[in-house]
Design a protein around this ligand. Sequence first.
Ligand SMILES: Nc1nc2c(ncn2[C@@H]2O[C@H](COP(=O)(O)OP(=O)(O)OP(=O)(O)O)[C@@H](O)[C@H]2O)c(=O)[nH]1
Ligand SMILES: [Mg+2]
Length: 301
Amino acid sequence: MAWTSSHSWLASLMAPTPLALTIGVLLVLSIPLFLHFVIYRSTTSTTLPTFLLVGPSGSGKTSLLTLFERGQPATTRTSQTPLTVELSLPLTTPAASSQYRSAADPSTQFHKKFLLADTPGHGKLRHHAFDTIIKPQNLKGIIFMVDAADISTSTSTTGAAGNEALRQTAEYLHDLLLLLQKRANTKTSRAPPDIPVLIAANKLDLFTALPAPLVKSALETEITNVRNSRGKGLLDSGIGMDDIAGGAGEEREWLGEGGEGKFTFGQMEESNVQVSVVGWNVVGAEGPDVQGWWAWVGENL
Ligand SMILES: Nc1nc2c(ncn2[C@@H]2O[C@H](COP(=O)(O)OP(=O)(O)OP(=O)(O)O)[C@@H](O)[C@H]2O)c(=O)[nH]1
Ligand SMILES: [Mg+2]
């Protein structure tokens, strides 16, 4: 009698026998533990918030990385490979992700952890930086370091036309912003997350360094020149404006609004890229001064 036997099987499962109780207790205890250790742990470990350090060679990226890792900048050599370290935000710096927590919440007493990825600044090794932007793993922001003293020295000695350091810096920044603009305009089912860019005017301890607002305007002017010369190069090569601007929803190849007039960092907001310029120095007679940097990381963490 099949019906009776299945009935008795069900009845014995429901009955308060020691075996049924033990299985029940084991299931109740093991399911939350399994979810926590296997699923929750494995997803969080791969998605620690990441900040990317880019900028021309010698701007002080590795010095900054070592300053935050060890508390003081170490002697550096030109980087040849990317290097990622895990850092924690100081407790005194508020993190944006904790802004709705109460001050008494115990989780605000823990350091917020994040990854800082240093990349080589040499022209031939910049693909490392661009690869990270194309395939971001929880990328929260990009720090573009600029040697404010290098830019200004070349301005005063050789004049704007021969300002090689400024031109190279602007070219790198132009390519980076163009990549972010393309990324924002790519048609996908889910909009890519916004990536803020911090232009870090470094080496402000040096007498010759340009202050942050001047670094900003010098870069905007030079990026306009880079954009014009790139556009001219494309026109000379026989590619028409229509091919590049791509009427039917193709990606734009021009940085900013239509590529006309003066470029300003504000134009990047259309592509959801917030650019801010903050000055600091990693090394200096009066010690490092990087509070502005921490505040920016906290705002975007
Ligand atoms: N005066 C001064 N010197 C600095 C500062 N920050 C970095 N430097 C110096 O700048 C030089 C280059 O610094 P690095 O950190 O190696 O530069 P980098 O950006 O990592 O360069 P690459 O690895 O070639 O891309 C080092 O000699 C640093 O000591 C600063 O704030 N002030
Ligand atoms: Mg380096």
